[in-house]
Design a protein around this ligand. Structure first.
Ligand code: HEC
Length: 484
């Protein structure tokens, strides 16, 4: 057809030269150009749907021509493919300019960039076979390859902007969240100046651009080591030398300076925060320096107190909150592994109710291990129609705040029941209906003056035992076969 073999060969060779050339081209270091390239590059997401749509239209037309012979003129398919090629070239150029603006590491975009280029090459090859029109099998083969390469390029591009789709899988999100939160709970508990007072400022005001995902100026600020390492202009933090440290220089530039950090249109550091960072750098404090080991100069007190609070209650309240947060996270983790077994007694509070009906099908030993950190926050246990063996009784002996214990129709040994009851001083309601509970076990209830209701219908309890129990618990509601 129209496009000559030589033209196609020329295109393919040019693209191969681009392949090789890309090896040497790196992002602009210059701020001026990176702003401009950011702008041009921003059209990349706009363009990119064009070649994808066009190419699938080409595929659809080719498929249609199998089912209804000669229904689609070849010139139309050819024309559409040329359009695909041109739009893909535009998209590629815009994407490449976006890359030159910096902020994307080469490793991040390598697959996307090279597979996109491979798409262009493959498209040109397809054009060649299609225009010679005498080798249908090659047409189909190169169409298949082109589609595969496009899928790879598209997926790799999606990973850059939206992250790996699997990263949003619920199990990964829960694990990641728990991990993050544990880290921040740990950070507060670590009592280090860097974790508790410095990192939160950087996290708030800098890491959107200098974090794990983006590293403007090749600078990451997510760890102490990363600050020392710095970015394209070298170390960002020189402990002991505030005036020489790039991070302090940049945050103190006038607002209208293009090198001011954070950039003028972004949320700025408060005066206290800026002063604290400057003091921290000049004090040359190592990463491990603890908060207690330092008495802060009076100018830094305001910031330190705004973060740490100053009275014992505030500190305790924070610790309690951290603890219940920690528990809720462990609970979330437990919940993803064993849905339904443990429910929150009050939404948002770290008090739980255990229902053994949902145990069915789980390995009990693993459930016990997972339950261990949560067991002292359980306030209700429903254990119907199950054996309560020694392993469970041992675990529950740590459940010191249980108020409701329902053992109806379950089986247990004397010792295990004794173990349970002797370690649950808060019990208010106990249900032993249909169990082997007998006169011998009455004594184990004796200490529980808090019990409000105890149900003993259908047990081995004799009338004598019943009378004895009533004497033990004069204010409780004792429901048994004899109380009717
Ligand atoms: C909105 C994005 C953004 C935020 C937020 C931001 N920066 Fe930047 N930063 C950039 C860009 C873009 C560059 C590269 C251009 C330049 O050097 O000015 C850069 C470069 C830097 C550099 C030079 C790195 C090098 O070696 O080239 C330092 C130091 C820096 N930033 C510190 C900070 C600090 C400290 C904060 C937080 C208080 C911060 N930045 C917040 C976008 C940001």
């Amino acid at each position: 057809m129209q496009l000559g073999v030589r033209a196609i060969a020329g295109i393919v060779i040019t693209l191969f030269v681009c392949f090789a050339g890309l090896q040497w081209v790196g992002p602009f270091e210059d701020d001026y150009w990176s702003v401009i390239s950011d702008f041009i590059g921003s059209s990349h997401p706009l363009f990119l749907h064009l070649p994808i749509g066009l190419w699938f239209a080409v595929c659809a037309l080719m498929l249609a021509s199998i089912f209804v012979r000669d229904s689609v003129p070849r010139s139309i398919v050819y024309g559409l493919t040329v359009l695909t090629f041109v739009s893909a070239l535009l998209t590629f150029s815009a994407g490449f300019i976006l890359y030159l603006g910096g902020g994307y590491g080469r490793a991040t975009i390598a697959l996307h960039m090279y597979s996109s280029l491979a798409f262009l090459v493959s498209l040109a090859t397809f054009l060649f076979f299609y225009s010679t029109a005498n080798r249908p099998s090659f047409e189909w083969l190169s169409a298949g390859v082109t589609t595969a390469v496009l899928l790879i390029a598209g997926h790799a591009g999606g990973v850059i902007t939206h992250g790996d789709p699997l990263d949003r899988a619920p199990w990964r999100i829960f694990a990641e969240r728990a991990n993050q939160e544990f880290k921040s709970v740990d950070a507060v508990a670590s009592g280090r100046i860097f974790d508790s007072l410095v990192a939160p400022i950087l996290e708030d005001k800098c890491m959107a651009c200098h974090g794990v995902e983006r590293a403007k100026g090749k600078l990451k600020m997510n760890t102490y080591a990363a600050l020392l390492k710095g970015g394209s202009k070298g170390a960002c933090l020189l402990p002991g030398d505030a005036a020489g440290s790039l991070m302090i220089q940049r945050i103190n530039l006038p607002l209208d300076d293009t090198k001011r950090m954070p950039p003028a249109d972004k949320e700025q550091l408060s005066l206290d925060e800026a002063a604290f960072l400057k003091w921290w750098v000049s004090a040359a404090l190592p990463e491990e320096q603890s908060i207690e080991s330092i008495s802060f100069p009076s100018e830094q007190q305001a910031y330190v107190q705004s973060i740490m609070g100053d009275n014992p209650e505030a500190i305790q309240a924070r610790a309690a909150k951290a603890r219940s947060k920690d528990l809720l996270l462990k609970y979330a983790d437990f919940q993803t592994r064993y849905p339904g077994l443990l429910v929150q007694s009050v939404v948002g509070e770290a008090l739980f109710e255990l229902n053994a009906v949902s145990l069915l099908g789980y390995d009990e030993a693993s459930v016990r291990t997972a339950l261990e950190p949560l067991v002292d926050s359980i306030i209700r246990i429903d254990w119907n129609r199950r054996q309560l063996d020694t392993a469970w009784a041992k675990l529950f002996s740590a459940a010191a705040i249980v108020e409701v214990l329902n053992l109806s129709d379950s089986s247990f040994s004397d010792e295990d029941l004794l173990l349970l009851l002797s370690t649950m001083p808060e019990l208010k309601k106990v249900n032993l209906t249909g169990t082997e509970f007998s006169d011998e076990q009455v004594d184990s209830i004796r200490a529980h003056s808090n019990i409000e209701t105890i149900v003993l219908t259908g047990t081995q309890l004799s009338e004598v035992g019943y009378q004895k129990l009533i004497n033990h618990l004069p204010s409780a509601d004792v429901i048994s076969d004899y109380s009717m």
